[in-house]
Design a protein around this ligand. Structure first.
Ligand SMILES: Cc1cc2nc3c(=O)[nH]c(=O)nc-3n(C[C@H](O)[C@H](O)[C@H](O)COP(=O)(O)OP(=O)(O)OC[C@H]3O[C@@H](n4cnc5c(N)ncnc54)[C@H](O)[C@@H]3O)c2cc1C
Length: 382
């Protein structure tokens, strides 16, 4: 058994950390959160540093990295802000879908654009009446000569309005079939005529932004269909392992940042003439927080390793997502308690982690849905 990282992985972690120290100082993150501004200049730095290229094969201009590298990057970005991760992960997840399921022409067209930062990508599955129940989506596409016409409404689309963003829209192309056999994926530029977006006022994750997307007779050419007609569910499933384990890594990164903040505060803050961290009640809280984050990280890394080594890891990635996101929420709440009134103040960062953490147990499949899946894998019918 070997729990260590390679020299290259250690170097990658240090590179991401250094870049974030330099280009995403706390002042910058606070401003983005306050002004609800997309981190465009930071994204450019990620592109320059090759973070977008890392998981893609050299044949398409990538650096030939693995899911472990994506996980390292996500965890590090999230230590600064979980909000930022979806700007990175949206493009990476959608690009990997194209790599796995796109035609050779689509790979040659889209991957260089993504890797150079000329295009970004976001995911749109959810709709007002289709959240956990993905099969309830109502957005449709029908063929019109060489084009497809898309109509419908998407919700909670993270990063949809970013500059040069291509929304990866999942639609029904066969209303009579089960969703597994009747869904398709289309790539829709967010400035295509007929696309309208409204930014939603959310509790957290305020810089990359969450959008409602209206699609009204949106015409796209046939080469925007990825994976084939009615094969959208195959695309979703093909990306599940990487997406879920990256979500777990994001939660772990945010949770560790919370522990670091609370620990430093407990050492600095004095009451009754001594640091509050010397009160057993606070010290034990911090010990529990770190233990729980470490447990979540260990499960997450095991799941990531299984995915990277080509093993079936549905059980492990699901457990990792569940535990990491629940841990993030739990430690963020404890972190608020450690900071007392300062935790509740918008002038301190704990509240930002607390707000961002609340999305972790909902987005990318809620904790209840992870438990349903796990119970099913254990032979229970729920
Ligand atoms: C910040 C944020 C960003 C997001 N970004 C994206 C994005 O980029 N693209 C995208 O497509 N979607 C995105 N989503 C949507 C996300 O995937 C959905 O919110 C999620 O799948 C849950 O769907 P819902 O909100 O409709 O809740 P619902 O499905 O209505 O669920 C409501 C509650 O009921 C529970 N529940 C539902 N069904 C069951 C069941 N069978 N058993 C037990 N409990 C159940 C849920 O766990 C939840 O607690 C985002 C969401 C958030 C909060």
């Amino acid at each position: 058994m070997d729990f260590s990282f390679t020299d290259e992985q250690v170097m990658l972690r240090e590179t991401v950390r250094k870049l974030m120290d330099e280009h995403a100082p706390i002042k910058y993150l606070r401003r983005l959160d306050r002004e609800q501004t997309y981190p465009s200049e930071l994204y450019e730095e990620w592109v320059k540093a090759g973070f977008l290229s890392i998981p893609f094969p050299e044949a398409y201009g990538g650096l030939g990295g693995s899911v472990l590298d994506v996980v390292i990057i996500a965890e590090e970005l999230s230590r600064r802000s979980a909000d930022l991760v979806m700007a990175y992960a949206g493009s990476v997840f959608c690009g990997l879908n194209i790599l796995r399921k796109g035609s050779e022409e689509q790979k040659r067209h889209w991957l260089p654009k993504l890797l150079s930062g000329d295009s970004k990508m976001s995911i749109s599955i959810s709709e007002p009446d289709a959240g956990s129940d993905v099969g309830a989506i109502r957005t449709t596409a029908h063929r019109d000569g060489d084009n497809w016409i898309i109509n419908g409404q998407k919700l909670w689309a993270t990063g949809a309005a970013a500059k040069n963003n291509v929304i990866n829209v999942y639609v029904k192309t066969d209303s009579n079939a089960r969703y597994q056999e009747g869904m398709s994926l289309f790539l829709v530029d967010n400035d295509t005529p007929g696309v309208k977006m409204r930014k939603l006022d959310m509790l957290g994750r305020r810089c990359v932004g969450t959008y409602e997307v209206f699609l009204n007779d949106v015409r796209v050419p046939a080469d925007r269909l990825v994976g084939g007609e009615n094969k959208g569910w195959d695309v979703v499933l093909s990306g599940l392992q990487v997406e879920r384990v990256t979500a777990a890594a994001t939660a772990c990164g945010g949770a560790q940042a919370v522990v670091d903040l609370a620990l430093q505060y407990a050492k600095d803050r004095k009451q009754f003439g001594r640091p509050i961290g010397t009160f057993q009640a606070i010290a034990h809280m911090l010990a529990d927080m770190q233990t729980e984050v470490e447990a979540a990280r260990t499960l997450m890394w095991r799941a990531a390793w299984m995915v990277a080594s080509g093993q079936k890891a549905l059980r492990e990635i699901t457990m990792a997502k569940l535990l990491a996101s629940e841990t993030y929420v739990k430690v963020a709440s404890m972190g608020m308690q450690v900071l007392g009134g300062y935790g509740y103040s918008m002038e301190f960062d704990m509240q930002r982690y607390f707000r961002d953490s609340r999305a972790a147990t909902i987005a990318g499949g809620s904790s209840q849905m992870q438990r349903n899946l796990l119970a099913g894998l254990m032979g229970l019918k729920v």
